[in-house]
Design a protein around this ligand. Structure first.
Ligand code: PRX
Length: 636
């Protein structure tokens, strides 16, 4: 029996049971029957728990682009692979067929090869949401180069750190990008970054905004002439199932971002499988995920998952508020979108606006609504269900992470029940467990605890680029036989999971995963700052807002100017997404005797929950609590 497309609750239950009873046989069959491999694997799964080496489909050979492109050319060459909706609704959109996408990918692959890029080399992609971004990602995959896409909202220092960490010799960027009413000068951000990246030999520049760009002789080349001349034929490089496909950076609890490494075989199988089932994608559907390809959601569910299934996937360059707050709904109507996947923060921001932005549009094409990136609150869920889904379109609240490669816990639309605020049930292959603070597995069904996953699934990240030890410690340090998610969760009597949020020093702001450490490092760069602590405070639209407690080592002329200078430091080192919403200057920070900042106390103080501080007498500096309360009371 094929478990690839689950069409009923019964099929789901059988698949789930099979995946737990015999994980290897389960994935073996799915991988064999639904993908093109150049060579079959000799072993389905290997897990060296001592060294934390996880492998799937060992010895199998493939090229993922043959599964994403070539195989669809036989019957579906003219089918639209990518719809590109530009930022400006008056600019013509593009519908790129599978045949044209394959040609462009081959051309780009040849351009990269001509520039000396070889299998295993790292290529940094810093582009706005334009077709060239998709094409470059796939071109890397075509020739076995490892892509590292950096979200084009990151600053030059963040970009430089990511380029240097995995030693990219080539960067693909654009002159600029359109985002709502703004034009962003991407090329000069790259120029600044590259001052600190001696490893980069070449940048290829896409002309998008046609603003003036300084082209560095010997380093920078416009892409178009090279692309136009390149052949549209390029053989797919043979890859081992376990060869890296891409690196994607995510925040961690130290300042250094973690370059999560995903591999060709397992990632392909899991991204494709989950796309098919979580969105119940059917022929002729028009699927739209509003994420940016700079995040894992865009990798797995704009490109790899949809294209592996021969789907039509929409890429949107702009923002939900431009030219007005009806843009998302206008796009759904324009293309008769059937599956729409977005973030709770976007839903909350749009729900705050008048329903007059929704009501003009015909949204009756929708069959599935999805959310991802953070817990969705009941109110936002209900608004989405009622006003976008017309009270009848199922919502899939999908829980997963950069590290997991694909959706882990989610309902299957019209197959398993959706429950507001719950990601509900694990997908086949996923075995969640809850642990208590002592690391013991909680056996009662109804419980709260730390969320771990028992058996590796095909698309688990294999390592952190250049730092396997950090990977081991972060994800398998607590339990060598279980993956630690870093999230807390509760489970109801029927086994449904509700994710309650991060239990570590990562804060999710507007769906972006931000580590407190890199933000604090950026704040501390300011010459007047001695030390700082950043915490998350619940926020009605962003999920969390960032609140900074800052110790100064001098006197500012103006506190207001200092606050904007500190935010400027953050913008420079990370990007505007990490700016503080609020900050206070304090004489000290509450610390344990071992010198660790007590963030729990700061969180309560920031929210003025002064009664919830608990026993503070064991602090190294208990007197600071009263001073902090005073600082907060003075703040209006
Ligand atoms: O805390 C969880 C939250 O986002 C974290 C992963 O962030 P990132 O690696 O950036 O990937 C985001 C897109 C997959 C998780 O540890 N998160 C993600 N989805 C949900 C969620 N929290 C609650 N419900 C979700 N559906």
């Amino acid at each position: 029996m094929s478990h690839y497309h689950l069409k009923s609750a019964d099929a789901f239950q059988k698949a789930y049971q099979a995946s737990v009873d015999h994980p290897e046989a389960f994935w073996d069959k799915i991988a064999k029957n639904n993908f093109i491999w150049q060579k079959h694997w000799y072993k389905t799964f290997e897990w060296d728990q001592k060294n934390t080496h996880i492998k799937w489909f060992l010895g199998g050979q493939l090229n993922i682009t043959e599964n994403l492109l070539d195989r669809h050319l036989i019957h579906n060459a003219d089918k639209t692979a990518i719809i590109f909706e530009p930022n400006n609704p008056d600019e013509p959109h593009q519908e790129i067929s599978y045949a044209d996408l394959a040609k462009s990918v081959n051309k780009m692959a040849n351009v990269l090869k001509d520039q000396g890029v070889q299998k295993g080399d790292r290529v940094c992609i810093y582009l706005p949401m334009i077709p060239e971004l998709a094409i470059t990602v796939l071109a890397c995959a075509r020739i076995g180069a490892i892509h590292s896409v950096v979200f084009a909202g990151f600053s030059s220092s963040a970009l430089a750190a990511r380029i240097n960490d995995c030693q990219c010799a080539l960067v693909v960027t654009s002159d600029g990008g359109f985002r709502g009413p703004k034009t962003i000068d991407l090329k000069s951000i790259v120029d600044q970054a590259l001052e600190n990246c001696p490893v980069v030999q070449r940048t290829l520049v896409v002309a998008r905004t046609h603003q003036k760009s300084d082209m560095v002789p010997g380093r920078d080349l416009w892409l178009k002439p090279l692309f136009d001349q390149a052949s549209d034929q390029c053989p797919a490089t043979t890859m081992d199932a376990e060869d890296p496909l891409f690196i994607l950076y995510t925040s961690g609890s130290t300042g250094k971002p973690k370059g999560m490494v995903h591999t060709c075989g397992g990632y392909m199988v899991y991204a494709a499988y989950t796309f098919k089932n979580v969105f119940q994608y059917a022929e002729h559907n028009i699927y739209w995920c509003s994420a940016d390809i700079g995040w894992i959601t865009g990798h797995s569910y704009i490109l790899y998952g949809p294209l592996a299934n021969g789907a039509t996937t929409l890429m949107f360059e702009g923002v939900p508020s431009y030219p007005d707050f009806g843009r998302f709904w206008a796009i759904i109507e324009k293309y008769k979108v059937t599956q729409f996947y977005t973030a709770p923060t976007a839903i909350r921001a749009l729900a705050k606006e008048s329903l007059d932005f929704v009501s003009p549009y015909n949204l009756s094409s929708l069959k599935v609504l999805g959310t991802v990136g953070e817990p969705i609150n009941e109110e936002a869920w209900q608004w989405y269900f009622k006003h976008i889904g017309g009270g009848k379109v199922p919502i899939v609240d999908t829980w997963w992470q950069t590290e997991t490669g694909g959706v882990m816990i989610a309902p299957l639309p019209r197959i398993t029940p959706a429950i507001p605020t719950y990601a509900t049930l694990p997908l086949p292959g996923i075995q969640p467990v809850l642990l208590d603070d002592q690391g013991q597995e909680i056996t009662e069904t109804e419980a709260s605890g730390l969320l771990f996953i028992k058996h590796p699934w095909p698309s688990i990240a294999r390592t952190i680029w250049g730092d396997h030890q950090r990977y081991v410690q972060t994800y398998f340090g607590a339990q060598t036989d279980k993956y630690m998610t870093g999230d807390g969760a509760t489970r109801d009597a029927k086994g449904n999971y509700r994710i309650t949020g991060r239990v570590d020093d990562v804060i999710i702001v507007s769906g972006h995963n931000l580590g407190t450490a890199p933000i604090e490092d950026a704040i501390n760069e300011h010459e007047l700052v001695a030390e700082s602590a950043v915490i998350g405070v619940p926020h009605s639209i962003k999920g969390n807002s960032l609140f900074g407690f800052i110790i100064l080592k001098g006197h500012p002329d103006s506190e207001e100017n200092l606050k904007s200078a500190i935010n400027q430091c953050i913008t420079q080192h990370i990007g505007p997404i990490a700016k503080l919403d609020e900050m206070v200057f304090t004489p000290g920070l509450p610390k344990t005797r071992s010198g660790k900042i007590m963030r729990r106390i700061l969180r309560n103080i920031a929210q003025k929950n002064f009664d919830a501080l608990g026993d503070t007498s064991t602090l190294l500096n208990p007197e600071i609590v009263a001073e902090l309360i005073q600082v907060m009371q003075k703040k209006h």
